[in-house]
Design a protein around this ligand. Structure first.
Ligand code: KG4
Ligand code: ZN
Length: 419
């Protein structure tokens, strides 16, 4: 009997990942080979280097994923691969490998949109919990209170509800209305960034301040020791239609998704705050000090964990700047996400993507959700950033529906979700 095992492959940006997931609900393995050390010297992803590293990593990463799942190629029911959006050359490595494997083994090939993958990172973990809880209930291992919760979760009450999803990463800041429909999911774009993604702003600000790459985890760690009110960064409301008046979209991300029909209240723009930080740094003569930090930061290797180490690396003024930047970004994400959820009448919010790993973001979104009586879910930290378990999980409904990719599948760097 088929075990419903899907091998997921992800190579859209700077992580080569493979995972084996059973029936879209149980992760048997999830292996991620990060290229951070390759790109760190450049302070950002270098596309040519990313393709080369994917080529090096893909075979051992898939082998490790199968080994950890105690599975062989013969046990697989399908191969799923990210087909976009992402870097053209990077996508091609995963797709070529997946196509060759599917052809050689006579397995169906499933193409997965990376953004849908991020949403399924949360759904996978909810399904996983549900499976564990129902198994525990069957064996009478749960106390009465947990049994009540199990009954609610176990009967699919949670998953079947529509949701508002915020995908917030280094490449995307998108709001979607996600609703289950006949075993699979449908998406409608509700909002998105007009220029930089939130994670991109984190990475650029970190680079400017001489902090490590990727910037998110460094700013996350340092912000704890700064005063978030020190620098009053603000986000201007994007005016109706102004973003459309004859201006060509400025970034690749902005060109690839329609904006004309979106409510401007749900549009983001993170290039302004990046420039505001740059001006602040210049005005307060912080540039030299930032440059001098680079060798110390490299020697440190990972972000400081206590105030003493943070102050050894940055003066209080930098810690305050970092905390103020993060406070403003999280505030803006929060305001628009909750307003969008209200507008589409979603009582459930899913927050996913690399920036969803941020501690301040999780704390403030969780508190606001409780205040409004809305359900909120995040993936675990490992599934917040790019991985292949989310790709295998998103492929499961397509596998069940027999939606397979053509043998001439190619990557689409500008693939959109839910027009
Ligand atoms: O989802 P992801 O791994 O790749 C993309 O699809 O882009 O996200 C990577 C992004 C980077 O910009 C990184 O700085 C950011 O997520 N990030 C964070 C944190 N961890 C990663 N941003 C804020 N706080 C974090 N803890
Ligand atoms: Zn991603």
């Amino acid at each position: 009997m088929s075990r419903g095992l899907i091998l997921g492959i992800e190579s859209s940006c700077d992580e080569t990942a493979a995972a084996v997931v059973e029936r879209g609900a149980r992760t048997l393995s999830s292996v991620v080979a990060s290229q951070i050390s390759t790109h760190a010297t450049y302070g950002g992803v270098v596309p040519e280097l990313a393709s080369r590293e994917h080529l090096r990593a893909i075979v051992p990463v898939v082998r490790a994923a199968l080994d950890q799942a105690r599975a062989s190629f013969d046990d697989l029911d399908a191969v799923a691969v990210t087909s976009g959006p992402g870097l053209a050359g990077a996508l091609l490595v995963g797709i070529t490998y997946a196509k060759a494997l599917a052809f050689a083994r006579g397995l169906p090939l499933i193409a997965v949109n990376h953004l849908e993958g991020h949403i399924h990172a949360v759904l996978l973990e909810e399904r996983q919990k549900r499976t564990q809880v129902s198994a525990a209930t069957e064996h009478g291992a749960l106390p009465p209170l947990r049994q009540k919760e199990a009954a609610r979760v176990g009967h699919g009450a949670v998953e079947e509800e529509p949701a508002l999803a915020l995908v917030v990463s280094g490449g995307h800041t998108h709001l979607y209305r996600a609703r289950p429909s006949g075993g699979s999911w449908r998406y409608a774009l509700v909002g998105r960034t007009l220029d930089d993604a939130a994670g991109e702003a984190y990475d650029k600000v970190a680079k400017l301040l001489g902090l490590g790459y990727p910037g998110g985890p460094w700013i996350d760690a340092l912000a704890v020791f700064g005063n978030p009110q020190a620098v009053p960064f603000t986000f201007a409301q994007i005016k109706p239609k102004v973003h459309l008046q004859g201006k060509a979209p400025r970034t690749k991300a902005a060109k690839t998704a329609p904006i004309a029909d979106l409510d401007p209240h749900f549009l983001f723009s993170f290039s302004g705050i990046k420039t505001a930080v740059l001006r602040y740094v210049e005005l307060h003569h912080m540039r030299e000090e930032a440059q001098a930090r680079v060798p110390r930061m490299l020697a440190m290797g990972h972000p400081p964990k206590n105030r003493e180490d943070a102050l050894a690396l940055c003066p209080q003024s930098t810690l305050d700047l970092v905390a103020s930047f993060q406070h403003a970004v999280v505030g803006d994400l929060m305001k628009k996400t909750f307003a969008a959820a209200e507008s589409v009448r979603a009582t459930r919010i899913l927050v996913t993507g690399g920036v969803a790993a941020n501690r301040e973001l999780r704390a403030r979104f969780t508190a606001e959700a409780a205040r409004r009586g809305v359900t909120i879910a995040f993936p675990t930290l490992a599934l917040s950033t790019d991985n292949a378990a989310m790709i295998a999980a998103a492929a499961w409904p397509r596998f069940m529906a027999g939606e397979f990719a053509a043998p001439d599948l190619t990557g689409d760097p500008s693939l959109t979700l839910g027009r």
